[in-house]
Design a binder for this molecule. Sequence first.
Ligand SMILES: *[C@@H]1O[C@H](CO)[C@@H](O)[C@H](O)[C@H]1NC(C)=O
Ligand SMILES: *[C@@H]1O[C@H](CO)[C@@H](O)[C@H](O)[C@H]1NC(C)=O
Ligand SMILES: *[C@@H]1O[C@H](CO)[C@@H](O)[C@H](O)[C@H]1NC(C)=O
Ligand SMILES: *[C@@H]1O[C@H](CO)[C@@H](O)[C@H](O)[C@H]1NC(C)=O
Length: 343
Amino acid sequence: MLFNLVVAVVFALCTASVEASPGHGTGSIVDVPSDGDLNGSNFTYPWPLKLYKFKSQLQDLEMAFMDVPPTGKPNGKVAVCLHGKNFCGPTWEATARELAGAGYRVVLPDQIGFCKSTKPKSYQYTLQQLSYNTHNLLEALGVENVTVIGHSLGGMTSVRYGLMYPDSIDEIALVNPLGLEDWKALGVPYRSIEALYKTEKVSNYTTIREYEQETYYVGQWDDSYDVWVNMLVDIYKGSEAGTFAFDQALITDLALSAPVIYEFGLLKPRTLLLIGEKDNTALGKQWSPPDVQKKLGHYDVLGDEAAKAIPNSDLIKFPDLGHAPQIQEPDRFHKALLGWLSK
Ligand SMILES: *[C@@H]1O[C@H](CO)[C@@H](O)[C@H](O)[C@H]1NC(C)=O
Ligand SMILES: *[C@@H]1O[C@H](CO)[C@@H](O)[C@H](O)[C@H]1NC(C)=O
Ligand SMILES: *[C@@H]1O[C@H](CO)[C@@H](O)[C@H](O)[C@H]1NC(C)=O
Ligand SMILES: *[C@@H]1O[C@H](CO)[C@@H](O)[C@H](O)[C@H]1NC(C)=O
């Protein structure tokens, strides 16, 4: 009888601790080298690198991140910058320096499946999961409120983050976010994950540069863009090449399957859209018929539409810039971003 009671109590305690462990700021943080191969990326990161180790979907995962302290007079605020699909945390280096100079602490994560983070063999990617992972990382760091800054797929994730965690957000800045339109509703045909994987597997310097030059940089190329192409090529050719390509295929499928546009009206935080209007990025455009292609990726129109749909929003346009204004014209971009944040 007593034995049974003890067993029951022990069982209850164990169950409780198992259930409490995933997420909610649990997990541990360890230091790792900023250079050398880590989970398939050999890129040297500009600040000390850390891994947030946690359990997710029954797997042990590591999310790599940098935590940049303020260099100017601290303003008590924390910014988290979310990278796009073809980028990593370090792509935010120049922006992080500006933010740190303005007094922000800046957290720069690599999402699961990207860069120096774990490449799971299989993972149920959703924008909710990526937001949840990011929120748990911030909780583990003891961060309460954040300014969320997201580019491209990171911008689409920021919208979801804003919908999930409105009470812990100071402001949101979206830089040419994906998801300003619902590609599948506009006619982009379904593409299987196997087919997406095939394309990902043959990615190399030429294919990535051609894609970025055409869709990101208004047909122009500057040698300074090469660093980000090479950072990516290194992962496509690196020690985790196969799983990376597969994860990237899953992520493309996620973005095509998970529109955020229908929920813009529900977004509560003060939000800024920073839009390079020459951007013509649209997922699935390459494999769509010409009449569908014509309808996609008109950021000169999409920026205005999003600003109308998001209640507490402002729009800053860069008429001559493409998908990555922070890379194309950092000075102009940072003046616009920092000017809006300080208001
Ligand atoms: C990712 O890198 C960390 C640090 O080297 C290592 O502990 C971990 O096992 C790696 N993850 C995988 C899935 O290989
Ligand atoms: C990593 O990069 C360094 C130079 O930056 C190079 O010497 C080394 O061979 C690379 N390692 C891998 C695994 O690519
Ligand atoms: C966090 O942000 C929310 C929403 O903007 C705000 O109501 C709250 O006061 C902030 N909390 C702190 C500790 O700044
Ligand atoms: C990349 O792959 C294509 C074929 O898919 C090939 O034509 C091109 O030469 C390759 N580029 C590099 C830099 O390997």
